[in-house]
Design a protein around this ligand. Structure first.
Ligand SMILES: [Zn+2]
Length: 508
């Protein structure tokens, strides 16, 4: 009910009178339609209201709004709403005794721009008026709550049945009402995880690496993707279910990869810091050295007379007497040939393998103990979580405290679980090491198939001192490296290049 004061400037307000009496009321309380009508008419005269029409309801119950005259009244109001200002009743309960019906009616008349007036109750301040208004408010609230409870219950059920209820995240799409893998974007999600799990790249690095492949994805989005357990085919919403729920959509990555990612995310100090970046078009820039002045070569593009693009590496030292220019393709092919002639130094590699395995065993001993400790701790927190649930059920803990605590425990549980997951891939370390060392025999392929960052890291690893350009092959200043020339006599202390040959190169 609105409590608007009637417009004093308006000479006459048009009203409709509605009277009702039920059979029992007539018999027991002596209410009559006439006395209701009288009271309404008096009110109308005193308040300068013009009575447009009168609807009399006789012998029907107050409980339902499916009453004959009331229906007529409503359709009359719908048709003539512009000319009607209010409905006047003897008491508000004449319209209906049922709160929900009153609410519906009141809303409907409000939409017509028609008010409900009571002839015997003060329309602003009477007890009934107040109660009605309060009840209306409470009722509206209750109905909304009930509706959202129903909606949430439905959502929880659907969620527990494995349905993802929100917009499909990047990597998925909707198809025929089902969430399915999007073959366009899912490989990108996988790539993001694989890159991040190496621990070598920051999220912003990955953003740039993808941009080079014309995949535009913000680092905020990458962050979001890296935090989505959904990509493992499981969903988690602690308010609805403390366990992981299997999702109806298939996984894009496996759980190990996800948890490895989480442990890196949780421990940002482990990340390798970024280093000076380079143009992916020129992986050898600042790595190959000018044979005349010893400066590292830079690289550029220029256009030839026939407007063909021409890329080359060159010395940019102004004091250099021979500012060489080497076409990009020529220099890079030379470098690949160089890589083809390099294999891991067997003696060093064998030593290295042995050391790695040795360290691994020591590490394992620690990690087995750590794993045990984590499991104990996990059990402890899960017990605590169960305990507060018991307290909550027994009414010894209020809902807010329970939610707060259980969320805290959930967080701890996830952290421990993700840390535990990194202990799962400790098997077959010897095979893994063997595989890694084996693949080092194909350095040229590794280099060719790598992105710019890996290329540069690899170059640094194989030739820590860089390479000096020569017409018929590179000169290298290195020795005692993990890598050696194919067929070279293996002796750790053998200098592959006599020192005298490049001493002169150390100063420009
Ligand atoms: Zn030079």
């Amino acid at each position: 009910m609105k409590n608007k004061k009637y417009n004093k400037n308006k000479v006459v307000n048009n009203v409709i009178i509605y009277t009702r009496v039920s059979t029992t009321e007539q018999a027991t309380k002596g209410y009559s339609l006439n006395s209701q009508e009288e009271a309404c008419k008096t009110y109308a005269i005193n308040n300068n209201l013009n009575i447009v029409k009168l609807f009399k309801e006789c012998g029907e119950s107050a409980k339902t709004i499916q009453r004959t005259k009331l229906k007529e009244l409503i359709s009359f109001c719908a048709k003539n709403k512009k000319n009607i200002d209010a409905i006047l009743v003897w008491k508000l309960d004449r319209l209906t005794r049922c709160m929900s019906d009153f609410y519906t009616l009141n809303n409907m008349f409000n939409e017509f721009g028609i008010e409900i007036l009571s002839a015997t109750e003060n329309n602003d301040n009477s007890a009934t008026g107040k109660l009605t208004r309060n009840m209306l408010g409470a009722f509206a609230q209750f109905e909304n709550d009930q509706k959202s409870e129903r909606v949430e219950a439905g959502m929880i059920q659907a969620f527990n049945e494995g349905k993802w209820l929100w917009k499909p995240p990047y990597g998925y799409k909707m198809f025929d009402g089902e969430m399915v893998i999007d073959n366009q974007t899912a490989p990108i999600v996988k790539k993001i995880y694989e890159l991040y799990a190496t621990g070598l790249y920051k999220q912003t690095d990955i953003c740039r690496m993808l941009a080079r492949e014309n995949i535009n994805i913000s680092s905020a989005k990458i962050h979001y993707i890296l935090n989505q357990i959904l990509y493992t085919g499981y969903m988690f919403k602690p308010e609805w279910n403390s366990e992981l729920v299997k999702c109806s959509a298939p996984a894009i990555i496996n759980k190990d990869l996800y948890y490895k990612t989480q442990s890196i995310l949780n421990n940002k100090n482990n990340q390798v810091t970024s280093y000076v970046r380079n143009n992916p078009q020129f992986p050898l820039r600042r790595f190959i050295v000018c044979p005349f002045c010893g400066s590292p070569l830079t690289a550029s593009n220029s256009k030839s007379k026939n407007k063909k693009k021409y890329a080359y590496y060159h010395c940019y030292n102004k004091k250099c007497n021979n500012q060489i220019r080497i076409p990009k393709n020529k220099l890079e092919n030379m470098f690949i040939e160089q890589l083809q002639n390099i294999i891991p130094n067997k003696t060093i590699c064998d030593n290295l393998k042995e050391k790695i395995i040795e360290n691994y065993k020591i590490m394992m001993k620690e990690s087995i103990e750590k794993e045990k400790r984590l499991k104990t701790e996990l059990k402890k927190i899960e017990d605590k979580k169960n305990k507060i649930l018991d307290l909550y059920i027994d009414g010894k803990l209020n809902e807010n405290d329970y939610n707060y605590k259980s969320e805290e425990y959930n967080k701890q549980i996830i952290n421990i679980k993700s840390e535990l997951a990194s202990y799962n891939d400790n098997n077959n370390v010897e095979d893994c090491i063997e595989f890694v060392f084996e693949s080092l025999n194909k350095l040229d392929e590794i280099w060719l198939n790598s992105d710019i960052d890996t290329k540069q890291k690899l170059q640094q690893l194989i030739f820590p001192e860089g390479l000096i350009y020569e017409e018929n092959g590179f000169r290298t200043t290195q020795n005692d490296s993990v890598f050696t020339k194919k067929g070279a006599f293996i002796a750790p202390d053998l200098k592959m290049v006599p020192p005298s040959e490049f001493e002169s190169l150390s100063t420009p």
